[in-house]
Design a protein around this ligand. Structure first.
Ligand code: SF4
Ligand code: SF4
Length: 514
């Protein structure tokens, strides 16, 4: 089990609502983006501005004017308490400020003070407070303990979305010069190099060549992983973790095999070599738009007809919900296909058409369960039917695996728990939060391991895959339990002309017979 300098929550057979431990996570704060290099490219001041109170209120007013939903969410809460035990960070940390309603109140009390009649004249009566240094500290700490997963909104009778409140708070903090290093550094790299990792074009080309060699060695088939190929039909936009991290890269190998067997031409782009869009995590429409525009530019330059997104939860949320608004219109693409399309929609389509030869027994050594990524589950859809974001991944897994088991129904589909590392929190300075926040998912996973012999958990999000790889060992489980859905596809596909070893076996048995 991985070593921890904090107490790891005990996993229970049934989920329990833990007693509160006030202030237990007040110390949890991500590194501040102190270097101007991490703030200025995003259009933010390099450090906390002198008149930060005044500016923060001004920015809050600006957001309230732009986003009607924000004001409705701040006004509508009736303190019914239905959301209090629905956040994985509360369940894992026991800090009452991680109850969604309490998190919202951190912003709400300041909103009331400066933007409501009662709050201006009778602040104590309506729980309104001045924006003090102490309040700002709480904002920085607890709005970075929300992965913007929207689970609480599923249970709120008014549909109040804490994710939007936490995005607004983060944007206000950025605008006064109190940004988070992890997210802002990554956005800067996307602007400069094209991806979160700062992986330049030659390194990317080299990595893809290496993948082609690996697949050739394994299968005897020349599967291409093209980069910047003008005139290709499909532009694949995928998280940069797919280029090198495990198990992400096995998913990328799978996408290539599916395209190869489907007989379509495709390409990756060095300009848009990143599906992730951390602009959403910091609540910045402008940064989200700048990141999205790279995809439009790459599609136009390469002359593609379709855009397909790889396995990345929040990228699919931005793509599905906002891409057309942010970077459209995409009227230069082929109108026969959705803009954008998810790789799972493509693969499921090919499976249904019978294009792919599948040997499910290749995955017989596994009993697989599936983690619904929060962004995909609660902010997007796949296919033409409601709930396609739940059925299509499962259909694909069942088409390539003989052994599949779902986790507790209260922890999947629209009620899925975040992995604990979403929303721009996948950084080592938040390890304690990430480990504790993963508790509800770990509990459900442990139960299916014990009851059904589950050996692996599949996911379709780069953040989930990295987060689980990190936190599984803290709970005594193997980091390699986590697999990409297209890794399972990759294992089961039999490529046309693939060397399956059957000939060798036949030769051996002929020799034996002789
Ligand atoms: S959006 Fe998710 S992380 Fe944020 S308060 Fe709600 S349940 Fe918790
Ligand atoms: S469930 Fe909705 S209305 Fe009830 S306390 Fe939570 S945010 Fe407020």
């Amino acid at each position: 089990m991985a070593k921890a300098e904090f107490e790891i929550p005990e996993l229970k057979e049934y989920p329990e609502i833990p007693p509160i431990q006030p202030g237990s996570m007040a110390h949890s704060k991500p590194f501040v983006a102190k270097n101007p290099e991490f703030m200025e490219p995003l259009g933010y001041p390099a450090e906390l501005v002198d008149d930060w109170q005044e500016k923060a209120i001004e920015h809050m007013g600006d957001l309230l004017g732009k986003y009607r939903s924000l004001q409705v969410f701040l006004d509508a809460c009736v303190k019914c308490g239905a959301c209090t035990d629905k956040c994985h960070y509360y369940l894992g940390t026991q800090d009452p400020k991680n109850m969604p309603v309490a998190r919202q109140d951190l912003l709400r009390k300041v909103y009331r003070r400066y933007f409501t009649f009662a709050g201006k004249y009778f602040p104590k009566l309506v729980g309104a407070t001045d924006l003090t240094e102490e309040v700002l500290e709480d904002w920085y700490s607890y709005f970075h303990q929300c992965s913007q997963c929207r689970r609480c909104s599923v249970f709120c009778p008014y549909g109040i979305d804490t994710a939007e409140i936490s995005m607004a708070a983060r944007e206000i903090m950025d605008r006064i010069g109190l940004g988070q290093k992890y997210c802002n550094e990554i956005i800067g790299k996307v602007f400069k190099v094209g991806n979160n990792l700062g992986l330049p074009e030659p390194a990317l080309a080299d990595t893809l060549e290496g993948l082609e060699e690996d697949v050739l060695d394994d299968t005897g088939v020349e599967v291409k992983y093209p980069l910047d190929q003008k005139g290709a039909e499909i532009l694949l936009v995928t998280p940069s973790a797919d280029f090198f991290a495990e198990p992400h890269v096995d998913g990328l190998i799978g996408y290539g095999k599916v395209f190869h067997e489907a007989g379509v031409s495709w390409t990756l782009s060095s300009k848009a070599s990143e599906a992730a869009n951390f602009g959403m995590f910091i609540g910045s429409y402008e940064n989200m738009r700048r990141i999205s525009l790279r995809i439009r530019e790459a599609a136009l330059e390469l002359g593609v007809k379709r855009i397909i997104f790889g396995e990345c939860g929040h990228a699919w949320r931005v793509a599905y919900s906002f891409l057309n608004t942010l970077a459209g219109p995409f009227d230069f693409l082929d109108p026969k296909y959705p803009v954008p399309q998810h790789i799972l929609e493509f693969t499921w389509g090919e499976i249904q058409k019978g294009t792919l030869k599948i040997d499910k027994s290749a995955n017989d050594h596994m009993v697989v369960t599936f983690h619904d990524s929060c962004n995909v589950a609660r902010a997007t859809r796949m296919g033409d039917e409601p709930g396609g974001q739940f059925t299509i991944p499962r259909n694909v897994i069942k088409a390539v695996c003989n052994n599949f088991v779902d986790m507790d129904p209260d922890t999947i589909h629209e009620k899925t728990f975040c992995c604990g590392g979403g929303g721009g929190l996948l950084t080592d300075d938040l390890t304690e939060l990430r480990v504790k926040g993963a508790k509800p998912r770990m509990e459900a996973l442990k139960n299916v391991i014990e009851e059904h012999g589950v050996t692996n958990m599949a996911a379709i999000c780069a953040i989930c895959k990295s987060q689980f790889t990190k936190v599984l060992p803290y709970y005594g489980m193997g980091m390699d339990m986590i697999v990409s859905v297209h890794q399972l596809v990759s294992e089961a596909i039999v490529l046309t002309g693939q060397d399956t070893g059957d000939d060798d076996e036949q030769e051996d048995s002929t020799e034996d017979a002789a």
